[in-house]
Design a protein around this ligand. Structure first.
Ligand code: GLN
Ligand code: ZN
Length: 759
């Protein structure tokens, strides 16, 4: 029978226990010993679950208190001196690198954090200084392997691969990744020796960087590092694990190296099956076929999977069935969920259910008479029932769309004139991104309503009070374009999901985003439609309180889709188009209600940008950008459309962002402004821009002078008639204490600079 294997398991605990323990430890609520003991019990329960589910090759070392790349840095002694000097133990040093450290003995900022490939998980970026030794100094993976072994479970240790580690690290001195190739190979050789001694059979090295665009130098470095590491493998079996795509740039290099197993992703790897069939697979290795999706929440379609496996077994003598990536990216278990009814939950497989799927698939794949196998029959029946999630009216509307629906007329410069006349704003207008501080009163109001302590009418009356205060506050501060404050929303995606049909919500389906932070994405379950206006009443009310324009505030279709679990029976493009039509209806209703400026946030536009440059257009941008245009192409010329994006790293898609055809865009720029401003200047960016002039992620109050300087610097790249003045993101996580003085300084700076540019 085929062996079953998983790449990694979630670690936050089915009820986010690890999050609560860790946060309690941070606050001094529990001791380090308690934290370690609790975590040990959690690991044991999870190994046991995998074992009783029938998984053959169970991972260890996939557990982490914060992040696996950070753990690898600690293991290899890649700890910058400013953290070493704090003199903390292994665990606290990791936490200091992850979150920063402030106490009597030191004040150090956190290492930076980056998006983990095309997921919503984030890793800590290791920093390597010129004097970093890169040798094995930590013990976490060895301890966890021994721990499992002493509990009677022989695991497969999982460690970030040497190549991926070097590629993701930041080199802060003169040296570069290539300078460390020899040293890191020695360190990994030592890791192998330690595991061989402890009695491991398989060890897994994760190398997701292999699915990205690689240069010849990258492949040469990969080959050099692994030739050296594999020379030291002894009797250990080495599994090279890839995920999040296919390894088209290096397939032959990889299979020619003496690995014992190679893990390939057949779900996101568009070319994986073709690579195997074209180039074959060596007889002396096991192909770990990633056929159970580690990112989605839907039940596997066994008929499809068996077909893939049959193709693989044609070429590869030894095959194991595996997940496509770590199960870290899915929630724990459907079985404990209380907010989904049985009719829908039978369609879902979270981490625990996916274990069962792997075991069933392995069994069925060796069953001559599989079409009569009850597990197969049940699965086929489940998938035969598709189509019931569709709404003919929505489908008809989507299929009736024509090219004209995606183009707003007249052209942007002509609209700009119309808007200037209609809005009468000063040059360098000031505004905010939408949300104002969610104070204790705001949260209490929501909690009171949810628990039934106050009626819907009382809840709404309180909200109106908050909106009125917020409008008054903005007028006092002197902002030019106002917002209502978003006090009715707790999350920008959840709020719209709850008000559109087609979404499902869970109670417990949490997924780790970074460290102790988890998200609970909505599920797109059926065709999406707007039943009635969502934000119109609130916007109309806020606008009635002031002469100044108040922005209508919407979340864009790509962000709603990217922060949800998507459907798979229809394409992402189709779902995005459906959501876009719903948002379009809202835009038109806001406009009809007298709202003159509408912001459609696309905070997560970059989230699912394909990893390979060559796939970006055909697989994503070619429908994502038009979906955004569809939301506002029906607006009148004098209605001003704003958008907002959070990631400043978008210089490489700057033209596409301009192609969203918004009138104004605001974005985060306070931390890495230069690259994006350079790109704006060089690309002849047409959209008016509000590069964030201060960082709202910190409680610091920026001075008027600082903001003035930032504006003067920005004016080197953005023409004065195209420049807006705003913070870099919404203010909801901040307090009023710092928000009010910060915004006052922002307004004062804008006025000072306005005076100087003489308009
Ligand atoms: N309008 C939203 C807010 O201000 C935007 C949030 C975001 O960009 N993440 O909160
Ligand atoms: Zn933002």
């Amino acid at each position: 029978m085929l062996n079953t294997s998983i790449i990694g398991y979630p670690r936050i605990g089915g009820n986010r226990e690890l999050k609560f323990w860790t946060e309690s430890y941070f606050k001094g609520g529990i001791s380090a010993d308690e934290l370690l003991t609790n975590a040990k019990q959690l690991r044991y329960a999870q190994w046991k679950k995998q074992q009783t589910s029938g998984i053959d090759i169970i991972p260890s070392g996939d557990f982490s208190f914060y992040d696996g790349i950070l753990d690898a840095a600690a293991l290899l002694g890649a700890v910058p001196s400013r953290y070493r000097e704090l003199g903390l133990g292994e665990l606290d040093t990791c936490f200091a690198m992850a979150k920063g450290y402030q106490s009597g003995s030191g004040d150090v900022k956190a290492l930076s954090m980056r998006k983990w490939f095309n997921t919503n998980y984030h890793y800590i970026v290791p920093e390597i200084e010129d004097d970093t030794a890169l040798s094995v100094v930590g013990s976490k993976p060895f301890d966890e392997f021994d721990e499992a072994k002493s509990q009677g479970i022989l695991t497969k240790p999982v460690i970030a691969g040497a190549f991926t580690f070097l590629k993701l690290a930041k080199f802060t001195g003169k040296k570069s990744a290539a300078d460390y190739a020899g040293r890191i190979a020695d360190a990994y050789g030592e890791i192998l020796a330690r595991f061989a001694k402890s009695g491991a059979e398989w060890i897994q090295f994760d190398e997701p960087v292999l699915v990205t665009d690689l240069t010849k130098d990258d492949i040469a470095m990969f080959t050099q590092v692994y030739t050296a590491i594999l020379g030291k493998k002894g009797t250990l079996k080495i599994l090279l694990q890839t995920y999040f795509g296919d390894i088209r740039d290096c397939y032959r290099d990889v299979v020619n190296l003496p690995f014992d197993g190679i893990g390939l992703d057949f779900v996101e790897g568009r070319e994986t099956a073709a690579l195997v069939s074209r180039h074959g697979f060596p007889d002396d290795k096991t192909l770990f076929a990633g056929v159970v999706n580690g990112k989605n929440i839907w039940r596997n379609d066994y008929a499809k999977t068996l077909k893939i496996l049959a193709g693989v077994r044609d070429k590869a003598k030894s095959v194991a069935v595996s997940t496509s990536c770590s199960l870290l990216h899915v929630p724990y278990s459907v079985s404990v969920e209380t907010r989904l009814n049985a009719e829908v939950s039978k369609r879902f497989a979270f981490a625990e259910e996916k274990l069962g799927e792997l075991v069933e698939i392995a069994k069925i794949a060796d069953d001559e008479n599989y079409s009569a196998n009850p597990a197969f029959v049940a699965n086929a029946a489940l998938h035969a029932g598709s189509g019931q999630n569709s709404d003919p009216a929505v489908q008809k509307r989507v299929s009736a769309l024509t090219a004209g629906d995606y183009a707003r007329l007249p052209a942007r410069p002509i609209r700009a004139e119309a808007q200037k006349a209609a809005l009468n704003l000063p040059p360098l207008p000031t505004t905010t991104i939408g949300s104002f501080p969610q104070t204790a009163r705001v949260r209490q109001n929501r909690a009171n309503f949810k628990s039934g302590k106050i009626t819907y009418e009382e809840y709404q009356a309180n909200l109106r009070g908050f909106f009125a205060e917020c409008v008054k506050l903005q007028e006092e501060i002197g902002l030019d374009l106002l917002v209502h404050g978003e006090f009715e929303r707790n999350d920008m995606v959840e709020f719209f999901g709850e008000n559109l049909s087609g979404f499902l919500f869970t109670k417990l389906a949490w997924v780790q985003s970074y460290g102790t932070r988890c998200v609970k994405p909505p599920i797109v379950f059926s065709d999406v439609k707007r039943a009635s206006p969502i934000t119109v009443e609130v916007s109309r009310y806020a606008q009635s309180l002031t002469e100044k324009p108040v922005k209508g505030m919407l979340t864009g279709p790509i962000t709603i889709l990217n922060w949800s679990f998507p459907r798979e029976d229809i394409s992402a493009k189709e779902t995005a188009t459906q959501i876009a039509l719903a948002i379009r209806d809202e835009v038109l209703d806001l406009e009809a209600a007298g709202i003159r400026v509408i912001q459609i946030d696309e905070a997560a536009l970059r989230e699912k940008l394909p990893l390979r440059k060559s796939d970006r257009h055909s697989e994503y941008l070619d429908w994502a950008i038009p979906a955004f245009r569809l939301t506002h192409s029906g607006a009148k010329p004098e209605t001003q459309i704003h958008t907002h994006m959070c990631y400043s790293e978008f210089q490489d898609i700057i033209r596409e962002i301009d192609g969203m055809d918004a009138d104004v865009i605001s974005f985060e720029a306070s931390r890495s402004s230069l690259a994006i401003l350079g790109a704006i200047k060089a690309s002849g960016f047409e959209t008016a821009t509000g590069p964030g002039v201060y960082d709202i992620h910190s409680p610091r109050v920026p001075s008027e002078r600082e903001i003035t300087e930032a504006l003067n610097a920005i004016l080197q790249s953005v023409k004065p008639d195209k420049l807006w003045v705003n913070p870099d993101c919404g203010l909801k996580t901040r307090g009023n204490e710092e928000t009010v003085p910060s915004l006052k300084n922002l307004v004062a700076a804008a006025r000072a600079v306005r005076g100087k540019i003489g308009t």
